[in-house]
Design a protein around this ligand. Structure first.
Ligand code: LMR
Length: 343
């Protein structure tokens, strides 16, 4: 039921707007199911020269859908035009990986996109813009973007690990034989890559520790963990292209996590800048690392402080830290720092 008590309209910029993920996401955004049924939006869609006609097609479909909350649809291929006064920037456009590739193989190809978009955001977006990077390798792309936007709050740059959280929740629910709504407090630590750490240690089922019900450490460590971490690649093998619908759903979840207060005792996962994080014994500053967070629903978040880091988590987190530090070394030239080497 739509209320007429509408909030002021917000500007939502989406890159890669003619792509498969966006084709699912844009209609969810326009319907009000993400930002709320009282939140009108202007959609500003960024594409490329090659995708411009497709972008026009998407805009036509949005117009034809008569969404009451969708106030305007703009399309373009110039980031500075599309990001103007953006309240949100959902950065999806990038070259996706194909079969047999690791996400880090995309570093060189996609890194330059995110430095240019960081600069554009810095120049024209609202100063409290919330940026969500989806294009891979998303953690390091988010870092590149943030470093190129020095006038924006570094805290507001996110890389998407909500898809990994959803994948972990689904596997835990299947194993425990419960509906997924029973599964909460599932953190993903680290990189959105095969070194990511789905945290079964702090996860809950029915409000109690998940391990009490599942009671199978070997399954948690040797089956669930790699299954979640390699799910993206397994999907690419099946589909011949990377996940689109479930990624769009997880972007919607990730936005909702910031605009709706987190339930008591729960968390959501998001990859953000590690400066000042409460796990400094394990997670150094200066990288974009997925951690558990909570929000009061105002678009901001706090990293949860009470997660237990046991020996297993410590070892796995260290491997993801190492990988992200190497990725950072490879792209330092994209934010004006020297040094580091890339193999
Ligand atoms: C995913 O996790 O499905 C996406 O990041 C696409 C990919 O390359 O795995």
């Amino acid at each position: 039921e739509l209320t007429k008590d509408w909030k002021p309209t917000i500007n939502v910029a989406v890159s890669g707007a003619a792509g498969q993920i966006s084709n699912h996401l844009l209609f969810m955004l326009a319907s009000g199911e993400v930002y709320g049924k009282d939140q009108p939006i202007n959609l500003k869609m960024l594409g490329s020269t090659g995708s411009y006609e497709a972008l026009q097609g998407v805009a036509m479909e949005l117009e034809d859908s008569l969404y009451p909350l969708l106030r305007s649809v703009d399309i373009g291929i110039n980031a500075e035009e599309i990001f103007e006064d953006a309240d949100w920037a959902l950065l999806i456009g990038a070259k996706p990986r194909g079969p047999g590739m690791e996400r880090s193989d995309l570093l060189e190809m996609n890194g330059s996109i995110f430095s240019a978009q960081g600069k554009a955001l810095d120049k024209v977006a609202k100063k409290d813009v919330k940026v969500m990077v989806v294009g891979n390798p998303c953690n390091t792309n988010a870092l590149i973007c943030q470093k190129n936007a020095p006038s924006l709050d570094p805290k507001n740059f996110h890389a998407l690990t909500r898809l990994d959280e959803n994948r972990a929740k689904s596997q835990l629910a299947l194993k425990a034989g419960v509906f997924y709504t029973e599964v909460s407090n599932v953190a993903i630590w680290g990189n959105h890559s095969t070194t990511q750490v789905p945290d079964y240690v702090n996860a809950k089922i029915g409000g109690a520790p998940a391990v009490d019900l599942i009671d199978d450490l070997e399954w948690c460590q040797e089956t669930m963990t790699p299954l979640v971490a390699t799910r993206g690649g397994a999907l690419i093998k099946k589909w011949g292209r990377s996940s689109a619908a479930s990624t769009a759903v997880s972007i919607a979840d990730a936005i909702r996590a910031l605009v709706v207060p987190t339930a008591e005792g729960d968390c959501f996962s998001t990859a953000v800048i590690t400066d000042g994080n409460p796990y400094s014994d394990n997670i150094p500053e200066g990288i974009v690392f997925s951690m558990p967070a909570t929000s009061t629903g105002d678009g901001n978040y706090e990293i949860c402080e009470n997660f237990v880091i046991d020996e297993w988590l410590e070892k796995k987190i260290a491997a993801s830290v190492e990988e992200l530090s190497k990725e950072k070394d490879c792209v330092k030239h994209l934010f004006g720092e020297y040094g580091g080497a890339c193999d």
